[in-house]
Design a protein around this ligand. Structure first.
Ligand SMILES: *Cc1c(COP(=O)(O)O)cnc(C)c1O
Ligand code: SF4
Length: 344
């Protein structure tokens, strides 16, 4: 099996119909479905949650007025090409803008893909590293993209060696879909490339449906963990994929069983043509409250929104508390309200 990269290949596999609308979608946005994800798709299920994430839909042509090309405001906080510096102690380093899969809900969909922002040139990477070295307040470097693990192990090792030479950088964090969508790439060479002596490596595993945590993915997580890498999770709350409490509970439990600490559940961003994936914030709050009532505290991610315009992330589960002046009303997981501090 090979990675699918075009509509014609998806049609040949019976995963997409021939239609002018899909041709128009494919003109605008990259397509990518790895063998591991092709394997997971049930072609008999028209609502398959894996297909929904990777197979283009005519709904992507519907763009609402609130949607924007740069939904989380990366561009407003980019001092040099490839760096986003929004919070004082950490930067994003976007070395590459390709991915092994192309998620239909991608928040950076206007920047990724073969026609996207591309890979940093040698000179751009030098300038990005010089920026990090010159800013002593940068404690953590977060490699994102695109998918940073789309780079070869050799190039990742070079990056790590350069970061290892910067004393004030203590933590290197990778955000990636590769352990799930291309688990065979997590081999000994890759694991070694992601670590450097004197630095702590975190890796945020991106997965949205419990079926993505396959035996092959699990074996990759084990190799990463054995290599001394700390694993956390990141998911996007997606209509038709994981917008029910059973699926979210199974996903979060799957992470915890694999020694991956649930970290973030993202409210979907206002990326163009992704309205069919968005749930309302109130519905999201109801789901995370129900999750709180159903599964272990270890299985609770923070429910966050990246505020449009580059204002950073906000915890939006917090509607469970109201009030002020020392008197609050706290809503429990069953929706009942309680005064805090309690009366007498
Ligand atoms: C999301 C993000 C981070 C990381 O935030 P954490 O809350 O530390 O996970 C850092 N910089 C930018 C620009 C971000 O968008
Ligand atoms: S892997 Fe991440 S960056 Fe790449 S298409 Fe999916 S959401 Fe976008």
């Amino acid at each position: 099996m090979r990675s699918v990269k075009s509509l014609a290949q998806l049609q040949a596999l019976g995963l997409a119909e021939a239609s002018p609308a899909l041709d128009a979608v494919a003109e605008k946005y990259a397509i990518g479905v790895t063998p591991a994800m092709q394997d997971l798709i049930d072609p008999a299920d028209p609502d398959d949650p894996i297909a929904r994430q990777f197979v283009p839909s005519a709904a992507e042509l519907t763009v609402t007025p609130q949607e924007r090309a740069d939904p989380i405001g990366d561009l407003s906080h980019s001092p040099v090409t490839g760096i986003v510096h929004r919070y004082p102690d950490r930067v994003l380093l976007k070395a590459v803008h390709v991915c092994p899969v192309y998620c239909r809900f991608c928040f950076r969909r206007e920047m990724v893909g073969p026609q996207g922002l591309g890979t940093l040139t040698g000179a751009e990477l030098d300038a990005a590293m010089a920026y990090i070295a010159a800013h002593e307040e940068i404690w953590e470097v977060i490699l994102t993209g695109g998918d940073p693990l789309a780079l070869s192990a050799r190039r990742l090792r070079d990056l790590m060696v350069r970061l290892a030479g910067i004393d004030h950088v203590r933590i290197v964090r990778f955000h990636t879909r590769v352990p799930v969508v291309e688990p065979e790439r997590i081999d000994a060479e890759m694991v070694a490339a992601l670590t450097a002596s004197g630095k702590t490596t975190y890796l945020a595993v991106h997965a949205n449906h419990p079926r993505e945590l396959t035996p092959a993915a699990r074996a990759g997580f084990d190799r990463l963990l054995a290599g001394g890498i700390v694993l956390v999770s990141q998911s996007v709350l997606l209509r038709g994929v994981n917008d029910d409490v059973e699926t979210l509970a199974a996903l979060m439990r799957g992470f915890v069983e694999n020694r991956i600490k649930p970290y973030y559940l993202h409210h979907p961003d206002l990326a163009p043509g992704t309205g069919h994936f968005r749930v309302g914030i109130e519905e999201g709050q109801r789901l995370v409250a129900a999750l709180r009532g159903r599964v272990s505290g270890l299985c609770q991610p923070a429910y966050v929104l990246d505020i449009p315009g580059g204002h950073g992330k906000a915890d939006i589960a917090a509607a469970s508390i109201r009030g002020g002046d020392g008197c609050f009303t706290v809503r429990d997981w069953q929706g009942n309200e309680h005064a805090y501090p309690p009366a007498g």
